[in-house]
Design a protein around this ligand. Structure first.
Ligand code: PMP
Length: 427
C-alpha cells in the first residue's frame, strides 16, 4: 500500500476515535519510553548533525560510487557468487518463497535435509538440525539442553544470543574471564560437583577478533565431566584446513560436544544450525522452542547455504586469499599506529575509546566511502568503544589500502591512531 494511502487511513482513524492519544495514554507511553531517553537523545543528535552511522550499504553506493564495504561478514565473498544466487533462485521456483510452516509442521524440504546432512558431514558430527537464524540456534540449543538445576559456564565475551539463551534456560550462569581456562577450572572445581555443566565458548570472538582457547577449555571442562559447546559463527569457512572452523583448526572435531553456527557469514545466507551426536540433535530438534515454534528457514536460504558450503569445500583458495588480505590489513593498521586490540582474524576492531568519537569516526568514514561498523555500549563497555571492520576474500588489495589510508586520514584529527597510543602510554 502507498504511504499516502496509509497516512490517509491513519487520519481517518484518528478522526473516528476523536483525537490523538489522551493524556493518560500519553503518560503511559512516556513511562515506557523513559529508560530510552538517553538513547533517543543520542539518535536525535546524530541525525541532526548528519552523523547517524547505521545506513544500508546500497543507499551509500548510490551516493558515493563504489564504497569499500567492511561491514559484511561475507568472509569468503560468496554472497555475490552466481552459483549461490542461482541456487536460491531455483529453490524459490521449486519450493516457493516460504513453506509458511515450522519445521515439525512440514516446513522442511528435501533441501533442508540435504543441508543438515552436509553440515553434519563437514563438521564430522553424526547429525545436524537447522534454525531460522544463528541467534535462534544459540537461544534454542542452550534453553533446550539445560534448566534450573544445571550450571552454565560462559566466556565473558560470548555473543548476546548465548547470553540470552543462558538466561532463558533458568540454569545458574557463571561467567569466566575471557579465554581463561584457569578461571574456568577454578569455578568448575568450586561449583560443578553433582551438577550437569555446559561450558560455552566461541571459535573466533566477534568483538575482539581473537580465537577461543579450545584445547585448554576442552581439557579442563572434560576433566570435570562438563560438555563443551562452541559457537563457530565467525570461524566456519575461516579456520581449519577444510574451513570447518576452530574445532578443526585445533584438531578437536571429535572432542567438542556441540557445534553451533550461522549461515549468515561465510555461507552467504541466513539461518543457524547445531551439529552433534544424533541423540543430542534429536533431543534439541524436538524440544527447542526457538525452533519448533518458529517458521522453518526459507528454502532459498537453505539452497544458498548448501551451494556455498560446497564451494567452501572445493575452493580452498578463497580461504588463502582471505588470510592474505587479513594479514596485510592488520599489519598496515598496526604500522599506522592504530590499536587493533587482540585481533588475529578477519574480524578487525579499531579501538577508539569512547562512544561519541566512535560514532563520529564511522559517520565520517562513511562520508569518505569506507563502511565500518560502530561498536558502542551496550555492545561493548564505553571505554572500549571501537569501529569494527570485516575483511573478506573478495576485497581487492587496492580497496584495503584505500581503507587504511582513509581511516588514518579521518581518524587522525579525531585523536585516533598514533596520538591516542602516545596519550595512552603517557597515562
Ligand atoms: N553467534 C555469534 C558469535 C555472532 O556473531 C552472531 C551474529 N553476529 C550470531 C551468533 C547470530 O547469528 P545470526 O546473524 O545468524 O542470527
Amino acid at each position: 500500500m502507498k504511504t499516502s494511502a496509509l497516512a490517509g487511513r491513519r487520519q481517518k482513524a484518528l478522526r473516528k476515535n476523536g483525537s490523538a492519544p489522551g493524556d493518560s495514554r500519553r503518560r503511559a507511553r512516556a513511562q515506557f519510553l523513559a529508560p530510552f531517553a538517553p538513547l533517543l537523545a543520542q539518535i536525535e543528535a546524530t541525525r541532526r548533525d548528519d552523523l547517524y552511522p547505521f545506513f544500508s550499504t546500497d543507499r551509500e553506493s548510490a551516493l558515493h560510487g563504489r564504497p569499500v564495504v567492511l561491514v559484511a561478514n561475507d568472509y569468503l565473498g560468496l554472497s555475490a557468487d552466481p552459483r549461490v544466487r542461482d541456487a536460491a533462485r531455483e529453490a524459490i521456483a521449486r519450493f516457493g518463497t516460504s513453506r509458511c510452516a515450522s519445521p515439525l509442521a512440514g516446513g522442511q524440504t528435501t533441501l533442508h535435509q540435504a543441508l543438515a546432512t552436509s553440515l553434519a558431514e563437514f563438521l564430522h558430527q553424526e547429525a545436524a538440525t537447522l534454525f531460522p537464524s544463528g541467534y535462534q540456534a544459540n537461544v534454542g540449543v542452550i534453553s533446550a539442553l539445560v534448566s534450573k538445576d544445571d550450571l552454565i559456564l560462559t566466556d565473558l565475551f560470548n555473543h548476546a544470543s548465548i547470553v540470552d539463551g543462558a538466561r532463558l534456560s533458568g540454569a545458574q550462569v557463571r561467567h569466566f574471564q575471557h579465554n581463561s581456562a584457569t578461571h574456568l577450572e577454578r569455578i568448575l572445581s568450586q561449583e560443578a560437583s553433582g551438577r550437569r555443566v555446559l561450558v560455552i565458548v566461541e571459535g573466533v570472538y566477534s568483538a575482539d577478533g581473537d580465537m577461543g582457547d579450545l584445547p585448554a577449555v576442552c581439557a579442563v571442562a572434560h576433566a570435570r565431566g562438563a560438555l563443551v559447546m562452541v559457537d563457530e559463527a565467525h570461524s566456519l569457512g575461516v579456520l581449519g584446513d577444510s574451513g570447518a572452523g576452530a574445532a578443526e583448526h585445533f584438531d578437536l572435531l571429535n572432542d567438542v560436544d556441540l557445534i553451533v553456527g550461522t549461515m549468515s557469514k561465510s555461507l552467504a545466507s541466513v539461518g543457524g544450525f547445531v551439529a552433534a551426536d544424533q541423540n543430542l540433535v534429536d533431543a534439541i530438534a524436538h524440544s527447542a522452542r526457538a525452533l519448533i515454534f518458529s517458521a522453518a528457514l526459507p528454502p532459498a536460504s537453505a539452497a544458498a547455504a548448501l551451494a556455498a558450503l560446497e564451494i567452501v569445500q572445493c575452493e580452498p583458495g578463497r580461504r588463502d586469499r582471505l588470510w592474505r588480505n587479513t594479514r596485510t590489513f592488520l599489519a598496515q593498521l598496526a604500522a599506522a599506529g592504530l590499536d587493533t586490540m587482540r585481533s588475529v582474524t578477519p574480524v578487525v576492531p579499531i579501538l577508539v575509546g569512547d562512544a561519541s568519537r566512535t560514532i563520529e569516526l564511522a559517520a565520517r568514514l562513511r562520508a569518505h566511502g569506507v563502511h565500518v561498523c560502530p561498536a558502542i555500549p551496550p555492545m561493548v563497555p564505553a571505554h572500549l568503544s571501537r569501529v569494527r571492520a570485516h575483511v573478506t576474500a573478495a576485497h581487492e588489495t587496492a580497496e584495503l589500502d584505500t581503507a587504511v589510508e582513509t581511516i588514518v586520514a579521518v581518524g587522525g584529527p579525531l585523536g585516533i591512531g598514533r596520538a591516542q597510543r602516545t596519550a595512552a602510554l603517557r597515562a
